[in-house]
Design a protein around this ligand. Sequence first.
Ligand SMILES: NC(=O)C1=CN([C@@H]2O[C@H](COP(=O)(O)OP(=O)(O)OC[C@H]3O[C@@H](n4cnc5c(N)ncnc54)[C@H](OP(=O)(O)O)[C@@H]3O)[C@@H](O)[C@H]2O)[C@@H](O)CC1
Ligand SMILES: [K+]
Length: 491
Amino acid sequence: MLPIISGEQVKHLDQQYISAEGISSLDLMERAANAFVAWFTTTINPNIKQVYIFAGPGNNGGDGVAIARLLQERYYNVHLFYLQEVADCSADFKANYSRLPDKVLVTKFNEWNGIIAEHSVIIDGVFGVGINRPIEGVFQRLIQILNKATALKIAIDIPSGLPADQIAFGTVFRADHTVSFQFPKLSLLFPEHASFIGELHIMDIGISEETMDAFQVGRFYLRAKDIPSLHRSFHRFSHKGDYGKVLIIGGAKGKTGAINLSAHAALRTDSGLVHLAPYLEDPYLIQPIISELMLFQDDSKQNLNNFDAIAIGPGWGMGVDIAYYQSILARFQKPIVIDADGLNLLAANPDLIHKIPKNSVLTPHLKEFERLVGKSKDHLERMEKAKNFAIANGLILVLKGAHTLVTLPDGRQIFNSSGNQYMATAGSGDVLTGMIASFLGQGYSPEHAALCGVYHHGLAGELASKSKWRGMIASDIIEAIPRTFLELGIK
Ligand SMILES: NC(=O)C1=CN([C@@H]2O[C@H](COP(=O)(O)OP(=O)(O)OC[C@H]3O[C@@H](n4cnc5c(N)ncnc54)[C@H](OP(=O)(O)O)[C@@H]3O)[C@@H](O)[C@H]2O)[C@@H](O)CC1
Ligand SMILES: [K+]
């Protein structure tokens, strides 16, 4: 998995890589600029009239100057603005400045008339990970002007003003796209910063995960290439028992959709057998929505160990007798998946948490998490609380959100890269619960079940939304689950 390095360590990482590879820092900047241009030329409408690039005094500005040359070579009209005397800029900035072709128009920012032509693009190379104080003076004025402009805005590495690992504290460039090099800076994954970042794109500049591992601080980014090796392989002689027998406990009068969604998702994730156990006086009030599902009438006494995996909570309601909840935990000794009211009941009965099997997977959204551990002032504090909670209780915490965060009992934290805004729809979380339970039932370790569940769920959302956009519903995510295996080459 790709380590997320702290902003302060980026310079050391670069130095180590540069000396190991025998290349110069200027070569690495050229790679970064080329990676940006490769993204730009394949993504941005080629009919744009003008590209404005704003370059600060450090290497983020140096990237901007190199990008100005490379885009001009590809026949774009480029107008470059620099903010500080070139003599006072970084060495690699100066080296790139001296390589600028005549056709790039160059202006010092304080001599600019402030006009931005229609159909143009703004590229922000003012500050990168080297920002070390709030933006003031000329830099602040510039960012304020750019934020008001209607042009398409793209940030190099990180929107200027955003610190790499902290919550924003002043003026920040508001990008439509952020093209970040090698790995996502931590602050690009915080929900507070969504309006600064726009769409996030991570461009590889050739530094290997092994080189980065020396600088890791226990935070990682989960990508498609990490997933196949987490999967078990099945063969022609596998039978439905190998694919696991899953029980989904949840559902209440008037709330029978959630449990059906979880169960259906488990089937589509390849479970052999899936049973529903609704919490109703008459369980037959609930009917499975598809014929492959079965009902399980739980009398609170049966041994549940015949099941390979259990998920509890979807649509359960808060009226569940705690003695029944305890009886489930007493009758099943393997890690379980807990979601929705399964979590809300835990928050209301904190002693119960000690009875949950170690390595169980809890899947709260932000509100459910808050009920469990209290309010957090920001995502940084929330991450810390997640870590303490997972370590203290020996549980896996899947904190759902734009970049779902999986925290493992050893404290490692893994951000998911798949998914999109269209997945914020009723029942999406129930689908994830069923998917994680399905992988658990197929014999995956709880860690792998959580990671595969989260990644496949996000990918299913991406695939389903291609033809539905805002109209996508949770059932569409379920229907797209089989395609995620095809997409990732998992037979
Ligand atoms: N492997 C990688 O990731 C690669 C990274 N690369 C790129 O390098 C970027 C990092 O470059 P960087 O270290 O030179 O820092 P950067 O952000 O340009 O700013 C530092 C300058 O800004 C100044 N300054 C700071 N805050 C300020 C403020 N508030 N107001 C005013 N001034 C302020 C500070 O001055 P000082 O503090 O000395 O006064 C210094 O001059 C990185 O984001 C990526 O784009 C690629 O080229 C290659 C591969
Ligand atoms: K920037």
